[in-house]
Design a protein around this ligand. Structure first.
Ligand SMILES: Cc1cc2nc3c(=O)[nH]c(=O)nc-3n(C[C@H](O)[C@H](O)[C@H](O)COP(=O)(O)O)c2cc1C
Length: 366
């Protein structure tokens, strides 16, 4: 495989069907059978030795939920709200670039599936389809994920396009001042699928050393000021993994934080994201909403994240597997499944509503 994009390396099938699911972890092997290896490894892979990627899952195994009986509670609803958007459940979709890797419908399929399940998605700066086309693909709320480039004119244009297209918030990703050392991508000489629209950001990234040449490596409080200057939308800072950075981002004017280690794709050797969530929640003290991602695979994980201070969680890789296996209906199936799991956990742990979960402390067993 060469570094250049080869059209026939990406899925061309247009399978659209609901999925029969037992759990979301099983999806990975099913998706591996249909996504070409270079794309599959781009999706599943992490940085370096993938220690953080593994910890993102393992960290959930070190906290336990208390079973509750005789509470008289029956689950009433999974509904919640975040930054003004009404959601069917506290599970939203994380931004992921180049979704043509998974399915020909790309981000349009994900947007339709998210809306069908009553939730929102964040659209990546490095989407396959243009942000305007994705905005048109469903009536559901969407957030725009922003990578700042070295070109302020381009940054301004991107922000203004997102505002004009009706996005409800900007999520500024701050944990990619440089691309993570992703060994699976290096082995495959990974390159994003070709894009049809000349205005698309992926054109820039398709070049050799695209991330290093394109992304702004120096991010600080001025980065937040820049976005605010050009957008009236709520500003989420994505990629917070320490209490100190959380407090700084709130002081710099963030309207929400996304606690995330980018799914283990950036700095390897850091703790699982779930391990650092409680200390971040403690530091922030509810001043802004907390979105959590990195490692969520089960309804039980959603419950644990909410009990540890998250307001909503964002799901990453399983959504792309659902998209690959069933198009927009696959995405809807993935969301419906994790919501059904969450409902069962809530009933068995004595939580009637999402708000109830926050009052239920987890147990640490040494
Ligand atoms: C294939 C893929 C592409 C991604 N692209 C982006 C991106 O463009 N922007 C971004 O902020 N995060 C990106 N992420 C990180 C996700 O938003 C999220 O932090 C992570 O996937 C959550 O972890 P999980 O996959 O374990 O659920 C990407 C993740 C994956 C797996």
């Amino acid at each position: 495989m060469t570094g250049s994009t080869t059209a026939n390396a990406w899925p061309t099938g247009e399978r659209v069907a609901p999925l029969k699911l037992t759990n979301l972890l099983d999806l990975e092997a099913l998706a591996q059978a249909i996504i070409p290896a270079t794309g599959f490894d781009y999706i599943v892979g992490g940085a370096g030795a993938e220690q953080t990627l593994q910890e993102n899952r393992a960290s959930f195994d070190r906290r336990f939920v208390t079973q509750r009986v005789l509470t008289g509670k029956v689950v009433e609803s999974l509904q919640t709200r975040v930054l003004g958007s009404a959601l069917a459940s506290p599970v939203i979709i994380a931004p992921m670039g180049g979704q043509a890797i998974a399915h020909v419908s790309a981000e349009a399929g994900t947007a339709r599936g998210a809306h069908a399940a009553g939730t929102l998605l964040t659209v990546s700066t490095v989407s396959t389809l243009s942000l305007e086309d994705i905005a048109q693909a469903s009536n559901g709320d969407k957030w725009f994920q922003l990578y700042l480039t070295r070109d302020d004119g381009f940054n301004r244009e991107l922000i203004q396009r997102a505002v004009s297209a009706g996005y409800k918030a900007i999520a500024l990703t701050v944990d990619v001042p440089v691309g993570g050392h992703r060994e699976r991508c290096i082995r495959h000489e990974f390159a994003y699928p070709p894009v049809a629209q000349p205005r698309n950001f992926l054109d820039l990234l398709g070049q050799p050393r695209g991330v290093e040449r394109t992304f702004q490596p120096c991010l600080d409080h001025r980065s937040l000021d820049f976005v605010r200057q050009h957008s009236p939308l709520p500003l989420i800072i994505k990629g917070i993994a320490s209490p100190l950075d959380a407090l700084a981002a709130v002081d710099f004017g963030a309207d929400a934080l996304q606690v995330s280690n980018h799914g283990g794709r950036q700095l390897d050797g850091t703790p699982g994201a779930f391990s650092v969530l409680p200390s971040i929640a403690q530091a922030v003290q509810g001043r802004v909403p907390l979105i959590f991602d990195s490692g969520i695979r089960r309804g039980l994980d959603v419950f644990k994240a909410l009990a540890s201070g998250a307001d909503v969680v964002a799901l990453g890789r399983p959504v792309l597997f659902g998209l690959a296996l069933g198009g927009w209906q696959g995405v809807e199936s993935v969301l419906n499944h994790i919501n059904a799991e969450l409902r069962t956990v809530m009933q068995l742990a004595g939580a009637a509503t999402v708000a109830d979960i926050r009052g239920l402390p987890l147990v640490k067993v040494e």
